[in-house]
Design a protein around this ligand. Structure first.
Ligand code: GLU
Length: 304
């Protein structure tokens, strides 16, 4: 399939749609990204990658990393992990405090901020040198040693971390955080700051389209059952309070980040990454979501 032609046709149509999104400003450093950037990369199950526009330019993947931190914790803790958090869609904003209070500090799922902070707390208990070990894990599953943290973005988020600080303190008060709050947050901000391009994302996530084994370097990363479960959580919780809308319009498991990236998986077929920094009101890439909707519609390739 010649994806490049399809990509440029969709892009030409979407160019005529007014982009009402806004670049995330609550992490000051993210404001410096050029809002007009746009990239797409698809890697099919045979490992063949097709890129479009800024697909090789790195950006901060933000919450997309939550899939990878979940996977590392899940590999170590197995089903024990679900004692600390759930697998239900929250129907609330990614940084909402409300639900967390009446559900006694147990986050609904690993992709809202509270859940991702609990996963970081779990990883601090498991890893000897958390920041180094996490990066080693990313290098190992991607086979790409160039991937790194962006310390400026991590520091920028830390300086405005009021809501995340409230979330973690609330969970601590309910006994669902074991480590020092500053350590968990420092680790969380670092993993969110990791930079990758669409090309790197579509390649690193391909194992989720292949029952947990990377078709490129043939390493098994998780087992088939775990891969099923991660895809299920991505489908139901990957887009916060827009998860239903994303499943309805795109029809693929996926995960977004406030850096404007989205990764989506078509089991047995491909993984696709899109990047466009302006976000819609729910914090998901405006153009990225529209692009994926058009892509799965035109190519007849959603999971439904
Ligand atoms: N680091 C961001 C935060 O905690 C991640 C949010 C996102 O990408 O959705 O607010």
């Amino acid at each position: 399939m010649d994806y490049k032609t399809t990509f440029s046709e969709i892009y030409a149509i979407l160019k005529t749609v007014e982009n009402t999104g806004k670049v995330a400003e609550y992490i000051p450093e993210l404001k410096n990204v050029k809002a007009s950037k746009f990239g797409v990369s698809i890697t099919d199950i045979s490992g063949k990658t097709s890129n479009f526009k800024d697909a090789e330019e790195s950006f901060s993947i933000q919450s997309i990393v939550k899939v990878l931190s979940l996977i590392l914790a899940y590999k170590e803790e197995d089903e024990q992990l679900w004692k600390r958090l759930g697998v239900e869609p929250s129907g609330s904003a990614f940084n909402s405090l409300v639900q967390l209070e009446y559900e006694k500090g147990i986050p609904r799922n690993p992709f809202i901020n509270s859940g991702a902070l609990v996963i970081c707390d779990v990883l601090l208990d498991i890893l000897d040198d958390p920041k180094k070990d996490f990066l080693d894990f990313i290098h190992d599953i991607s086979g790409d040693n160039t991937i790194n943290y962006n310390k400026k973005i991590a520091a920028s988020e830390k300086s405005y971390a009021y809501t995340n600080t409230a979330l973690i303190n609330l969970m601590r008060s309910f006994g669902n955080i074991n480590n020092k709050i500053s350590k968990v947050m420092d680790f969380y901000f670092h993993i969110c700051s990791i930079e990758m391009s669409c090309q790197q994302l579509s390649r690193i996530f391909l194992f989720l389209a292949n029952n947990g084994t990377c078709p490129i370097h043939k390493k098994r990363i998780i087992n088939t059952n775990q891969s099923k479960r991660i895809n299920a959580i991505m489908l139901t919780c990957g887009f916060y309070d827009e998860a239903g809308e994303f499943a309805f319009s795109v029809g693929l498991p996926g995960k977004s980040g406030v850096g404007g990236g989205i990764i989506a998986i078509h089991p047995d077929k491909y993984s696709i990454a899109v990047w466009s920094p302006k976000l819609n009101k729910k914090g998901n890439s405006f153009l990225g979501t529209k692009f994926l909707e058009a892509f799965t519609t035109i190519t007849d390739s959603s999971i439904f």
